[in-house]
Write a new protein. Structure first.
Length: 81
């Protein structure tokens, strides 16, 4: 799983210590940054039954690097346009 940034801190959602930090950040409405491109893209935190997950902002999938798990092809290439 990728790592993200919050201010000057690296956040790894698979790290148990960082999972606690994600809970705290979610309660404050904080946004993380995905460093797959420069400048980094904002990500948001969502609560699910299994805990807090990091999600890309709507309509930003094509702006992520193709190697990033948050990347998706532009709608015109995916047949949805």
């Amino acid at each position: 799983m990728p790592t993200y940034r919050y201010e000057s801190t690296t956040i790894d959602p698979d790290n148990p210590t960082d999972r606690v930090r994600l809970e705290q950040l979610h309660s404050r409405g904080a946004r993380l940054l995905c460093p797959c491109v420069d400048p980094p893209l904002e990500m948001y935190l969502a609560r699910t039954a299994s805990g807090i997950i990091v999600k890309r902002m709507p309509e930003t999938g094509p702006h992520h690097a193709p190697s990033c798990p948050s990347w998706e092809p532009p709608p015109e290439l995916g047949g949805l346009a």
